[in-house]
Design a protein around this ligand. Structure first.
Ligand code: ATP
Length: 592
């Protein structure tokens, strides 16, 4: 067993031993609340920290869990366990409706929308007669487990912490999986994730629903632990508290949820005693102190407190390096490859207008299997726009794009990626906090299947091994095998661009599209890139190379399409293009 597993086992032992130790009842009560808060915060880690979707409304889902079970068990005598089941159904249904309305929003609209539905659900709970309006519901039954009544705080502690730790393990497992990588990819904008074949909307909904289910579980436990509920526990300010806890603890890490919940609860208790002694009266001074703490943490520890603790722990634990257990895995299936010379891509009179500006003006060209075609032109010529039209990132104003004989224009980019077109980006798009290997494994998304449940139950390990074997193979292909455990964010621009190529190769493409891969590279890095592209050409890969640098393209391509002011200027062999006075004029501004 490695040191990390031993540390986790020790933590579980310490948590399990706590109620048996002669500690004051207040400690157990506080730990129970910390566990309850942490369950909701775990959802926020996934939703806000990992997927980048800020929610102020989680308290409303806590309320849905609490009220549904409280009402059913008091009004109809339903078992709380059945109450949990119904609460889950209600929560998932409400979450799906809210997701369909709000998750297509971006920027500040989404957090505002979460505030709105947080408020709406709060007022709904507060005004319904059958839910007791502002007084809420009293005399809620406690819980029994296998005939054992969880009457005291100490016996409830076991259930709360069992669920909290199980949820933490589940979220950690999810993050280290195919589905987890897809959720992580949401945070870097949707274009890259979609280009890897990921339906970003579906994963946003999944993260949203999982976070709501965790909040619902916490609410259910809360209702049967407190034996009374009222709307004040689920107000918008509580929603802000949950976000505060998660941000303070470390919104990007599973243990951040626990440290944030613990710090907030302990501080709240201490300040409630200390501040009235200092300032007198009953004012809510702790809110002011919390505000100051939040500002200080955002300034000095923007990632939250847990990442700091983790850095300290890392000095005492071996590096968290993925164990290479994929050596004996079977290779992933590959797609049928086009025969050399087959018409692969047919771009037919594509046009793109941005208002009055015609960025791409009826451009046509084609690529046959095994060819490397360069798309060249000065700044603003329309190369990237053409590239984005082909890959489905932008809708066409008119024209058609045919790929392997089928029309792909009008399809979303994830569908085009699934058909075997894979791309890199002019500005490298990667997940900097993931390793090079994990970033490249993201490219294998469409070649694998495991979903959220398989990840949580660890039924995806064989497929993961196959994915990592493929990622390693592609990194070896481009000469980066030594850097597989490196954090992608630590790479220089040259290796980062090569990593993007490996990620695109991991999709098993029939056509590789590279958007200005040499931009910003130093001479040696350009040479390394040129070497990789020559090797891919020798292996028979078909490539569309969008470039600005004429010299770089000349030695690599079979044919070149030159654009100027959105229009195709000339198409020919590198020698023909080099000799063209029109091309020289386009690049140098005059004919020579
Ligand atoms: N989303 C957009 N909205 C409006 N105009 C745009 C948009 N995207 C590109 N353009 C315009 O379309 C024209 C072509 O831009 P494009 O980025 O395709 O050129 P490029 O050849 O790739 O240039 P560069 O080498 O600088 O990337 C430019 O005039 C640009 O300002």
């Amino acid at each position: 067993m490695d040191k990390r597993r031993i540390s986790f086992a020790l933590l579980v032992l310490a948590v399990a031993a706590m109620p048996l130790a002669p500690v004051p009842e207040l400690w157990i009560t506080n730990l129970n609340y910390i566990g309850l808060y942490a369950i909701t915060c775990l959802g926020l880690v996934l939703l806000t920290g990992v997927a980048g979707l800020t929610s102020f409304g989680q308290a409303a889902f806590v309320g849905l869990g609490a009220y549904t079970s409280a009402y059913l068990s008091t009004a109809y005598g339903l078992s709380p366990w059945l109450g949990l089941l119904v609460a889950m159904v209600v929560t998932v249904s409400v979450a799906l409706v809210l997701a369909s309305i709000t998750l297509r929003m971006s920027g500040h609209y989404l957090p505002l929308a979460t505030m709105m539905w947080g408020l709406s659900l709060y007022y709904a709970m507060s005004n319904m007669d059958f839910l007791g309006k502002y007084d809420g519901i009293l005399n809620i039954p406690g819980l029994s487990l296998f005939g054992w009544r969880l009457g005291s705080g100490r016996s409830f502690y076991a259930l709360i912490w069992l669920i909290a730790l199980a949820a933490a393990v589940g979220v950690a497992r999810l993050l280290d999986s195919r589905a987890g990588r897809a959720i992580r990819a949401l945070n870097g904008g949707v274009t890259m994730a979609e280009a890897m074949g990921i339906s970003t909307y579906r994963y946003k909904v999944k993260a949203f629903v999982i976070a709501a289910m965790l909040a619902c579980t916490s609410g259910w436990l809360f209702a049967h632990y407190q034996r009374a509920v009222n709307p004040s526990s689920f107000s918008l300010s509580k929603g802000i508290d949950y976000l505060f806890m998660t941000v303070v603890g470390g919104v990007g890490s599973v243990w951040g949820a626990f440290s944030g919940a613990a710090l907030t609860k302990i501080l709240e208790d201490q300040l409630q005693v200390l501040l009235p002694r200092l300032f007198g009266g009953n004012g809510n001074y702790e809110l002011i102190v919390f505000g100051i703490i939040l500002v200080a943490i955002l300034k000095y520890a923007p990632l939250g407190l847990w990442p700091y603790a983790e850095r300290w722990l890392q000095r005492h634990l071996p590096p968290d390096r993925r164990h290479r257990d994929w050596g004996s895995a079977t290779a992933l299936e590959t797609r049928s490859k086009p025969t050399p010379g087959e018409l692969l891509l047919d771009v037919r009179s594509v046009r793109k207008q941005f208002g009055g500006l015609v960025a791409v003006n009826d451009v046509s060209f084609s690529i046959r299997a095994g060819e490397i075609i360069g798309l060249l032109g000065p700044n603003g010529a329309g190369k990237s726009t053409t590239f984005n039209l082909i890959t489905g990132v932008l809708p066409l104003s008119s024209g058609d794009v045919m790929f392997r004989g089928a029309k792909v224009s009008g399809q979303p980019s994830r569908e085009i990626a699934r058909r075997g077109m894979s791309r890199t980006f002019q500005h490298v798009k990667m997940l900097p906090e993931m390793t090079v290997l994990e970033n490249v494994a993201l490219g294998g998304y469409t070649r694998s299947h495991a979903g959220v449940m398989q990840a949580v139950l660890r039924l995806d390990r064989e497929e993961e091994r196959r994915l990592f074997l493929e990622a390693e193979r592609q990194l070896e292909r481009i000469g980066m095998k030594d850097q597989i455990h490196e954090l992608a964010g630590n790479l220089a621009l040259g290796p980062a661009r090569l990593m993007e190529i490996a990620r695109a190769l991991c999709t098993d493409p029939a056509l590789l599209l590279l958007d200005e891969p040499a931009a910003g590279l130093r001479h040696k890095e350009k040479q390394a890139l040129g070497q990789v592209l020559r090797q891919l050409k020798a292996e028979g890969m078909s490539i569309l190379l969008v470039e600005h640098d004429m010299e770089f393209v000349m030695s690599l391509t079979d044919r070149i399409v030159v654009m100027e002011f959105g229009t195709k200027l000339i198409e020919g062999t590198p020698a023909e293009v080099q000799a063209s006075p029109a091309v020289r004029a386009a690049y140098l501004g005059t004919e020579h």
